[in-house]
Design a protein around this ligand. Structure first.
Ligand SMILES: O=P(O)(O)OC[C@H]1O[C@H](O)[C@H](O)[C@@H](O)[C@@H]1O
Length: 549
């Protein structure tokens, strides 16, 4: 494939970006009252206002040309059709099959995966109903009231953050807890205080090889046995989600208690599989299903809407515009909704693990930037800390603001304040404050001319900083499903344009291997240390402090 930077659309976008020197979004809004309407788009209950971006019709046309030249449509269709698009691992990429309500088959290597998907959804529904109805009890006959989900990465972030985001819909009979980190403090904090007789442990690991999850499960099993449970009672209290059925049964999990998943579901795309079981337990199957339905609606939109009216495509192209033509190295997510506070961390894994790559499909080093750093936190908190850098720092940081138009709390005054802050921030980023405005504001304050000039300079805000605003009604399960799928597909489109494989994670794999090599040395006090000098010294310090480790 022609190198990305040699494509006509790329070259044209480069010259269009240079033409913007000296232009200001504030003037564009003054000159064009229809700008906000023209640059807004709505799908699946989500309204995107992208008018506060450094774009005009010509730039948008250039970006859509780029998507065409990189065959985004064909690549999208290949993913939905179950082709082997994860070519470094030889796998299809089919999280979309997990929320496929079309009734149509999805073929992988000549086999329809839908019967297994639907059977697993039935298994989830039955299990959740048995827990909620009290049919499935703990070994002493107590109903299950506590669920501890053990997993990390995609086997943690999706369930935890989606469950947190849907707090108004929580099932009252169940309290859900999450343990991810191998740091023993985490599991100790969660298990202490729980009654093992009414606790269910859900171990989630696609590979069934992840150190943190295996160790936390062993610790939980010890806790269960030490608390009075017998080995014969484990089956009532421990279930597992994994694609590695053999390893799970060898570990001692009853085959009946294993919820399957498949190698064509990437970890960071796995909340739609049985990895989402804790969500179903915490919300009830109805809301869990709505989550999947919302994602399915966004899948249809992504697959069917013309490129120019396609939300994920548009958001992907805007991101590419800043990363590749303005040198933006990060992208901030600003949910103005407390329950959505974990969303930046969710997208962090989704985006950075997918597109944090520097080799393109043709095994060549790329000569352009790929995935940006994703960060952010809930508004308004960030306004009182890091927003300063976005307003007046030297780096360009495109932002996505998110706001539900209706909320479940009764505090209307709060909601209006929240919304006013959200809108005020994107407005401030766009319009800034000119030197003349700052200077005029300082009139009559008794300042010397020098002081007034100096202060006005400090108070000048350049503005012209890009942002998207995403609005939706109540953040219910359906809307959340659509929102997550929107970001999934955005990441896919960007990966398709950059030509990277968005579905492997070799960098993470290396860290796991080296960590295990070091563990072997930490646990053997007299083992020779043959790593680099820094690692050797760090290990020695640890050994001295923990002679019995
Ligand atoms: O579900 P598991 O196999 O335990 O994997 C958990 C996590 O492991 C790795 O860190 C991967 O990079 C993640 O994508 C994955 O979600």
């Amino acid at each position: 494939m022609t190198s990305l930077t040699q494509l006509p659309a790329w070259q044209q976008l480069q010259s269009l970006s240079r033409n913007l020197a000296g232009e200001h979004m504030r003037d564009w809004f003054n000159q064009d009252p229809g700008r906000a309407d023209r640059y807004s788009l709505e799908a699946c209950g989500i309204r995107l206002d992208y008018s506060k971006n450094l774009i005009n019709d010509q730039i948008l046309a250039g970006l859509f040309d780029l998507a065409n030249e990189r065959q985004v449509g064909n690549k999208r269709d290949a993913m939905f059709a179950g082709e082997i698009v994860n070519h470094t691992e030889g796998r299809a990429v089919l999280h979309t099959a997990l929320r496929n309500f079309s009734g149509k088959p999805v073929m992988v290597n000549g086999e329809d995966v839908m019967p297994e998907v639907l059977a697993t959804q039935d298994k989830i529904r039955n299990f959740v109903e048995r827990i909620h109805s009290g049919q499935h009890k703990g070994y002493t006959g107590k109903p299950i009231k506590q669920v501890v989900s053990i997993g990390i990465g995609g086997s943690f972030l999706g369930p935890k953050i989606m469950f947190e985001a849907l707090k108004p819909y929580w099932h009252q009979a169940i309290t859900l807890h999450f343990v991810a980190n191998v740091d023993g403090c985490h599991i100790q904090d969660v298990l202490s205080g729980l009654d093992h007789e009414e606790t269910l442990l859900v171990m989630s690991s696609k590979s069934f090889t992840t150190q943190e999850t295996l160790q936390n499960t062993l610790t939980a099993r010890d806790w269960f046995l030490k608390s009075g449970g017998g080995r014969q009672d484990i089956a009532r209290h421990f279930i597992c989600v994994s694609s590695n059925i053999q390893a799970a049964t060898e570990f001692g999990i009853d085959e009946e208690n294993i919820f399957p998943m498949w190698d064509w579901v990437g970890g960071r795309y796995s909340l739609w599989s049985a990895i989402g079981l804790p969500i179903a337990l915490g919300l009830g199957y109805k809301h869990y299903r709505e989550l999947l339905e919302g994602a399915y609606a966004m899948d249809r939109h992504f697959a069917e809407a013309p490129m120019q009216q396609n939300l994920p495509v548009l958001m992907a192209l805007l991101g590419i515009w800043y990363v590749n033509f303005f040198g933006a190295q990060s992208h901030v997510l600003l949910p103005y909704y407390h329950y959505l506070r974990g969303f930046p961390a969710y997208v962090q894994q989704l985006d950075m693990e997918s597109n944090g790559k520097s080799v393109a499909g043709n095994a060549e080093q790329v000569d352009y930037s790929t995935g940006p750093v994703i960060w952010g936190s809930e508004g308004t908190n960030g306004q009182h800390s890091f927003h300063q850098l976005i307003h007046q720092g030297q780096v360009l940081i495109p932002a996505d603001f998110m706001l539900p138009l209706n909320v479940h709390n009764q505090n209307e005054a709060h909601h209006a304040m929240l919304a006013s802050n959200c809108f005020g921030q994107s407005q401030a980023l766009m319009q800034g404050k000119s030197y003349d405005e700052a200077y005029a504001e300082l009139a009559g304050k008794g300042l010397s001319e020098d002081k007034r000039v100096s202060l006005a300079t400090h108070k000048t805000m350049p503005g012209n900083k890009p942002s998207n605003t995403l609005l939706f009604g109540q953040l219910d399960a359906r809307t959340l499903g659509a929102l997550v799928a929107l970001y999934e597909h955005k990441v896919f489109v960007q990966g398709a344009i950059w030509g990277v494989n968005s579905f492997d994670q070799w960098g993470v794999e290396l860290g796991k291997v080296l960590g295990n090599n070091i563990l072997a040395k930490l646990q053997k006090a007299d083992a020779d240390l043959d790593f680099d000098a820094s690692t050797n010294a760090l290990i020695s310090h640890f050994r001295q402090a923990n002679p019995g480790a």
